[in-house]
Design a protein around this ligand. Sequence first.
Ligand code: HEC
Ligand code: HEC
Length: 376
Amino acid sequence: MKKKTISVSVIIAAMLFLFVPPLMAAEFPDIGPLPERKAPNPKAVELGKALFFDARLSGDASLSCATCHNSEMGFTTRDSLSEAYPGSKHWRNAPTLLNVVYKGKTYGWDGRLDDLDDMLRDMITDSMNMNMDMQLMQERLKQDPKIVNLTKEGYGDKNMGTSQKGEMTHYVARNAIIQFLETLVSKNVPFDKGNLSAKAKEGMALFKGKAGCIQCHNGPYFSDGKPHNTGVPENPDVFKDPQRHFTYVAYMMFMGVDNRMSWRRDVGYYTISKDMKDIGKFITPTLRELKYTAPYMHNGIFKGLDEVIEFYNKGGGEDRPGLKDAGIKPLGLSASEKEALREFILSLSGDPITIPMPKGVKVEYQPLPNWKGVKN
Ligand code: HEC
Ligand code: HEC
């Protein structure tokens, strides 16, 4: 009799274990409002903002940060694949810079750098981005009295790692841009204010439970900062266009990837780890401000949120066995559940943040003869 009771309770426990959906939220860092950050130095922000819009930061003065990270489009562009330096074509989507100061680690879709200053250095010096030499940039900027004044005002009373206080150096230039990025933080986000509609609340429950999004999109930034393979399809435009393909091959060469002429896919985190199990992994992006940042994914393959939700509902994309993350499974969401999830994701977007182009930055610049793209 006693034995029987035990086995019945064991069966009941086993049934509970099998049939009660796992309480995922408890296992992962919870989502929540963005914590306050220390206010940046307003004078440094002014300098950083001027530099952000300044095409002199690129080798041939044809591109500024704002060309690819446009404030009117959530600090990205509507292109699936990003702009690139003349002569190259990019093979990845330009990510948003909204809230990027919260990222804290693993910058770039493949997570190749873990420091924001290093990421900015790469943006400026990489041949496919701005193709600029740091010393040359520094000297160019020193020629502009407006920049010189802003530097004195922003960095005059502090020694920001430079030997001469208040003097423009490439370090100061990057630091000022980072101070400007500190101001690109979401405002009036319904989720942060605890102001969710009933439908969005239902979406949040799905996000943390049945849909399992919280496994990777967690913490206040909605990202675990880690690489995962979700089976996002390749963007065929990368391989159809020899110029684009070659920009990618050149990047793989720079990163020391073997057999780079054979790959017909973006290998993602494998570029960094060189471990075959990491093929097709990309760093989990934030889900904040998605209202402004379509198209989505590392290659801009999905035009809208509905496509993304459908993708997850089907259990992600296809990949070779063992490569896809075990957390990506068919979800069986009803039409109304998909709508709720979408409403929740949209509740993570706040007021639009647009920064008018500062006046006079380019105008004071005297282009050398034959420099393309400078509009004075
Ligand atoms: C020619 C287009 C282009 C220009 C110009 C450009 N970027 Fe980017 N940016 C990109 C692309 C594309 C990526 C993604 C790269 C990758 O993942 O391989 C990126 C990534 C970044 C990231 C990492 C974001 C993240 O979530 O990991 C930061 C930060 C950034 N850019 C800032 C800047 C700043 C600041 C400037 C100006 C100094 C700048 N970018 C200029 C296209 C550009
Ligand atoms: C196993 C980890 C994982 C899970 C689970 C997951 N995601 Fe993602 N998510 C990612 C990664 C990694 C990317 C980037 C993939 C790429 O670009 O190839 C991404 C990208 C996205 C994007 C595109 C964002 C942008 O800026 O391009 C959206 C939207 C998104 N996920 C929503 C969701 C939703 C909704 C769920 C739940 C149904 C979910 N994710 C579950 C890891 C995950």
